[in-house]
Ligand binder design. Structure first.
Ligand code: MG
Length: 250
């Protein structure tokens, strides 16, 4: 069942989302060659707790850290470690925050120092593909209209869309129905209604779409070793434009 949130519930989610956004901002400033992903994890934990919230990912199905840090060919669910970032790396950071029982979830991919033009383009196309999908996140549309828009945009650029991992409904649970694939034919799935809250999250590979899980049982990597980028926001379907809950505009 896809839950419909009240205005008040969406306000809690927007607050959770604003903490996600502010955490991302702090991490973006901290990312540079020599910094370890563990250091980023600690910055995130301190900030989230200081806001009267908790990191949603910590302990989720046993996940051992506060945020996910996925470097280069790592797609998602990378575990922060004592390994330092290097000039030329790209890093995807995924943050979930629980504020008074409501979740916000967003991911970004950032350059570390100076990166290749191809890597820059991958990050840009991944971000843009989210916005392509979001254009269809409107009352009355079908869920897969979002999926199809993302896939078409990405494949036009000759990148590939990860199939094994998908976006999701979100609210009082971090993962709720429906699943939101980033590929597929338009015009299918449930009709979107005002009050639905969705985490749309394209994961885009420079090479082939296949992925595998490393022996740590968390880290998902591209099977061909190509770079991967991730971009995610939590949004609410409204009677008009979708509302971005994990983006704060000043
Ligand atoms: Mg998510």
């Amino acid at each position: 069942m896809i839950t419909i949130k009240s205005t008040k519930q969406i306000e809690y989610m927007r607050h959770a989302g604003s903490i996600v956004f502010e955490t991302h901002k702090r991490l973006e400033e901290a990312i540079k060659p020599g910094v370890t992903t563990k250091e980023l994890d600690i910055i995130a934990e301190k900030y989230i707790l200081s806001q009267g919230a908790t990191p949603s990912f910590k302990g989720y199905n046993g996940f051992p850290a506060n945020i996910c840090t996925s470097v280069n060919e790592q797609v998602v669910h990378g575990i922060p470690s004592l390994k330092a970032l290097k000039d030329g790396d790209i890093i995807s950071i995924d943050i979930g925050v629980n504020y008074k029982g409501y979740h916000g979830d967003a991911a970004r991919t950032h350059p570390v120092g100076t990166i290749s033009e191809q890597a820059k383009k991958l990050i840009t196309i991944t971000r843009e593909s989210f916005y392509e999908g979001m254009r269809y996140a409107r009352e009355g549309n079908r869920l897969s209209d979002i999926s199809a828009a993302i896939q078409q945009y990405v494949e036009k650029q000759r990148y590939s869309v990860v199939r094994d991992l998908v976006g999701h409904g979100i609210g009082s649970q971090m993962h709720e129905e429906p699943q939101i694939p980033n590929y597929g034919k338009a015009g299918r799935g449930p009709r979107l209604r005002a009050g639905m809250t969705l985490a749309i999250e394209p994961m885009i590979n420079m090479g082939k779409y296949q992925v595998k899980v490393l022996p740590d049982e968390w880290t998902v990597v591209t099977t061909d070793g190509s770079l991967s980028a991730h971009y995610e926001n939590t949004i609410a379907i409204t009677h008009n434009e979708p509302a971005l809950l994990t983006q704060v505009t000043e």
